[in-house]
Design a protein around this ligand. Structure first.
Ligand code: AMP
Ligand code: MG
Length: 542
């Protein structure tokens, strides 16, 4: 039979069965011998076999066509009944070995002990069309031994956010886990969204997440915390063998090279977050990927007006540990926990300490180069550019300035025309201000002074306006997944209208392109969204 003859309604010939699983994680690492699905401490194992809980009425809301294609799943497959059944956890494909991972973590700076996949279940590793194995993981598919006091479920609101943001980040060029599908369960889930004793029933949903691995810093921390060095070593050797194979055979040097590379990847990741204005919101060590991916989209948010002190997470409102501008330091703190976790394999503080110290310089260099790229400069040129950046920081804080629009519009400020009036110079940027009238005369003068310095700096490079704009527009997106846009898509989804999810997925597919038909999705946050829950404030309750 050719694929064209495939009938999606005929369950016996469905091509979903073509997915080839090669489950090296469960094959090569120790399993929990106990397969009973009761909450408990799991010792000496990397995971527990556990089945997803079947749901009442799985319905496909959205899927990522390009990710499906990468996995060898055609659109017609995605729209089949079987796809919804499989990615809601109601049907297992041959080769799947569902399991929940065991990990610990530091939450808000405190060691929390065993956490684990409390509402995520890995289905298995499937080979994508590039020959790479990808773990498929359901999020929100029921209780596991790691569910602690919670229900193992996810609501539509948080699932829409995870689905859209994973794909948006991918197309923005930010390393991330991905999302294949968003499926409603037909069941209600009770959530006290504001922790104010007014729980409500919300629609349940499941996202299928996809990544080469969902290993986190917390996986390594847990073994070390229990003094289980044999399993720590097994897990690290496994990680290097499959995810960092270029580092070579296990040895103390290899472990250090691995730690260094994890630091490098994490630095790259945070540079990207700072570039696009993404705030993770709960950057605990259990939410920090060992591959340098953005993982666990919870109370994340996007910077509208530039504010390094902003955090979307209401749970973090007092300490603001996970605020936008603090992410580079928090990443280093998390890496320090990884350093502690692998210490028993190194038995020397100094080389680990050195790598962590080097992280600061590494991050700073990467960020300086990224800032130069954002300004369309050839390269970062030391003290002068440092001063230009310091001044820019002040300019951005003079009045509420939309970060995304500011950088995008800066590309429209001419650096070739040297005799522009202040007004003409400022004109392209005015769109970025939330209250342009609030800009005082002095503010405008400060901004113009900075723009003239910037013009001079660009002229030094000899870059034409046209080239600079083209370059800047490759790193400064026109479209980001603004908090209020996701919330609008969620509000509509609650009424059964999923069209805005599809539209946002479509627009976020090409975030650096102008796409004039979607201009309204590039608009700054409207005033009604300023303090609206979901738009500016989120809780971990999802
Ligand atoms: P997070 O910081 O949201 O990634 O989650 C921290 C820990 O809580 C992880 O072990 C999660 O699996 C677990 N968790 C979060 N929400 C739930 C839930 N609804 N049911 C079970 N476990 C959960
Ligand atoms: Mg998590």
């Amino acid at each position: 039979m050719t694929t064209e003859e495939f009938n999606p309604n005929d369950a016996t010939t469905t091509p979903m069965t073509r997915l080839q699983f090669d489950n090296r994680f469960v094959r090569e690492l120790p399993a929990d011998p106990d397969t009973e699905n009761v909450r408990r401490q799991v010792l000496g194992a990397c995971y527990t076999f556990v089945n997803p809980t079947p749901v009442a009425d799985p319905k496909l809301v959205a899927y990522s066509m390009d990710l499906a294609t990468d996995l060898g799943i055609r659109p017609v497959d995605c729209e089949s009944r079987q796809f919804a059944n499989v990615f809601a956890g109601n049907e297992m494909l041959e080769g799947m070995q569902p399991h929940a991972m065991c990990y610990g973590g530091h939450q808000f700076g405190n060691w929390a002990g065993q956490l684990g996949d409390g509402r995520a279940i890995n289905l298995g590793e499937v080979q994508d069309i590039h020959g790479q194995l990808q773990m498929l993981q359901l999020k929100g598919s029921g209780e596991t031994p790691y569910s602690r006091s919670a229900d193992g479920l996810a609501v539509l609101r948080s699932s829409v956010r995870e689905f859209l943001c994973s794909e948006a980040m991918f197309h923005l060029g930010v390393p991330t886990t991905r999302a294949l599908s968003l499926i409603t369960t037909g069941e209600g889930v009770v959530r006290d969204m504001f922790y104010d004793g007014r729980p409500q029933t919300e629609p349940g949903a499941i996202v299928c997440r996809v990544a080469p691995s969902f290993l986190r810093i917390g996986n390594y921390e847990l073994f070390n915390s229990r003094g289980d060095i044999d399993n720590l070593r097994l897990l690290i050797d496994y990680t290097i063998r499959h995810h960092f194979p270029h580092l070579g055979e296990p040895s103390k040097e290899t472990y250090l090279a691995w730690f260094k590379e994890v630091c490098e990847r994490t630095a790259d990741l945070v540079v990207h977050w700072m570039r696009v204005g993404f705030v993770h919101g709960v950057l605990n060590t259990d939410n920090t990927s060992i591959l340098g991916l953005t993982i666990d989209y919870g109370p994340y948010g996007w910077i509208d007006n530039y504010d390094p002190d902003w955090t979307p997470n209401t749970t973090d409102a007092t300490g603001k540990r996970y605020r936008f501008g603090h992410q580079p330091q928090i990443a280093q703190w998390n890496l320090l926990q990884l350093g502690n976790a692998i210490y028993p394999l190194i038995n020397e503080v100094e080389p680990l300490q050195q790598i962590l110290t080097d992280y600061v310089e590494l991050y700073t260099n990467k960020w300086q180069q990224m800032r130069a790229d954002k300004l369309g400069l050839n390269e970062y040129q030391g003290d002068d550019d440092h001063e230009l950046n310091q001044q820019l920081q002040k300019i951005l804080l003079l009045a509420e300035t939309d970060m995304t629009i500011f950088y995008r519009r800066l590309a429209d400020v001419s650096c070739e025309q040297k005799d522009l009036s202040d007004e003409a110079l400022l004109e392209p940027l005015m769109e970025a201000y939330y209250a342009p009238d609030a800009l005082s005369k002095e503010d405008k003068k400060d901004i113009c002074d900075w723009l003239r310095q910037y013009q001079q700096r660009v002229q030094q490079d000899g870059t034409s306006d046209q080239d600079r704009k083209a370059r800047m527009n490759l790193v400064n997106p026109k479209y980001v997944l603004r908090n209020y846009l996701s919330q609008q898509a969620i509000d509509k989804a609650h009424e059964g209208d999923y069209s805005m999810i599809d539209e946002l997925l479509e627009v976020m597919h090409r975030p650096y392109d102008e796409q004039p038909q979607y201009d309204h999705y590039a608009a700054k946050r409207p005033d009604w969204a300023r303090d609206k829950p979901g738009c500016s404030m989120l809780s971990c309750s999802s």
